[in-house]
Write a protein that binds this ligand. Structure first.
Ligand code: SAM
Length: 283
C-alpha cells in the first residue's frame, strides 16, 4: 500500500535500497508515518518556512515535513546509502527538497536557507547535543533559526528543560533557557524506532527569543556556569574562587548566599552575577 504522498511504505524503501540500520551512525529509524507526521507538526506551521533537516536517513520525517507544506527542505545526510531513497522523495516534490551529502558538523548549509528557518532533526545523541550547543551559541543573536525541533534521549531532553533545584539542572538548561524557550513536546518509547534504542526518546522544541531573557556577556556567563557546575556539589564561594579575588562580596552584592550550590541558583541570578563579575573586573 502506498502512503498519502504516493511514495511506498518506509519498510519497502529500506528493503529495496538495502538500508539495514548501522549502529555506528546512530541509526534508529522512525517508520510509522503517524509518528513522523506528529513529529513534523511539533515544528508548527511550515508553509512559508525553510526547514533544515539533519540526518534524514530513509526519509520518513522528510516526507512528513514536505507533506506538511514546508516551502523548502534542506536535508544533510552522512550515510551515502540513503541518497537514492532521498532522491526519490526529491523527485516526488520537485524543487522542494535539496539533499546535501555530508557530515552536519562540517557542512555549510546556512547559505541555502531563507528565513524563517526551522530546524528539525532526529540525530544520534552525541551529534545532536554538539549541534544544539553550536546553534545556541552563535556569534550574533538572534540566530539563523526560528525554532529547533530535536529528538534526544529522554534524559538529555530533561536536562534542557530542567529547573533549579533538580539534579538535571545545569549548563545545558541555562544555555537553552537564556536565549530560547524550550519544552518537551513528545516522548517516545524505544519500540517506536527500528531497531529500538536502549532508552526512551523525547522531542524538544525550542523557540529562539528575540533577545536574551536577562542581559549578560555570553563569554562571562559561559565561564561562570562552567566553574559553578564543574564542581556542582561545592559551595559557590569555593567553586567560583578562581573567577574573582573578592568572590564572597560579589556574590553577596547580587543577593546570592556564598554557601549556596550551583543547582539552586536561577538563571536570572546567574546573569546578575555575570554582570557583577564584569563590573568587578573593570573596577
Ligand atoms: N530521520 C530519520 C528517522 O527519523 O527515521 C533517521 C534518524 S537516525 C536516528 C539518524 C540519522 O542521522 C541517520 O540517517 C544517520 O545516518 C544520520 N547521521 C548520523 N550522523 C550524522 C552526521 N554527523 N551528519 C549528518 N547525518 C548524520
Amino acid at each position: 500500500m502506498t502512503a498519502p504522498d504516493g511514495l511506498p511504505p518506509l519498510r519497502e524503501v529500506i528493503a529495496r535500497h538495502g538500508l539495514a540500520a548501522r549502529r555506528a551512525l546512530g541509526q534508529n529509524f522512525l517508520l510509522d508515518l503517524n509518528l513522523t507526521a506528529r513529529s513534523a507538526r511539533i515544528a508548527g506551521d511550515l508553509t512559508g518556512a525553510d526547514v533544515l533537516e539533519v540526518g534524514p536517513g530513509p526519509g520518513g520525517l522528510t516526507r512528513a515535513l514536505l507533506a506538511a507544506g514546508a516551502r523548502h527542505v534542506v536535508a544533510v545526510e552522512k550515510d551515502a546509502r540513503c541518497l537514492p531513497a532521498l532522491g526519490e522523495i526529491a523527485a516526488n516534490w520537485p524543487g522542494r527538497l535539496t539533499v546535501i551529502a555530508g557530515d552536519a558538523l562540517s557542512a555549510e548549509v546556512e547559505g541555502q536557507l531563507a528565513a524563517p528557518v526551522k530546524v528539525v532533526a532526529n540525530l544520534p545523541y552525541n551529534v545532536g547535543t554538539e549541534l544544539l550547543l553550536r546553534w545556541l551559541t552563535p556569534p550574533v543573536w538572534p540566530p539563523f533559526w526560528h525554532s529547533l525541533t530535536l529528538m534526544f534521549q529522554r534524559e538529555v531532553a530533561e536536562r534542557i528543560v530542567a529547573r533549579p533545584g533538580s539534579k538535571a539542572y545545569g549548563r545545558l538548561a541555562l544555555l537553552a533557557q537564556w536565549r530560547a524557550e524550550p519544552r518537551i513536546a513528545l516522548t517516545l518509547p524505544p519500540a517506536a524506532f527500528t531497531p529500538p534504542p536502549k532508552v526512551s526518546s523525547a522531542v524538544v522544541h525550542l523557540v529562539a527569543l528575540p533577545a536574551p531573557r536577562f542581559p549578560a556577556d555570553p563569554a562571562t556567563l559561559a565561564r561562570l556556569t562552567a566553574a559553578a557546575f564543574g564542581q556542582r556539589r561545592k559551595m559557590l564561594r569555593a567553586s567560583l574562587r578562581g573567577l574573582a579575588p573578592r568572590i564572597e562580596a560579589v556574590l553577596a552584592g547580587v543577593g546570592i548566599d556564598p554557601t549556596a550550590r550551583a543547582e539552586d541558583i536561577a538563571l536570572e541570578a546567574f546573569c546578575a552575577l555575570a554582570r557583577a563579575l564584569d563590573t568587578d573586573r573593570g573596577a
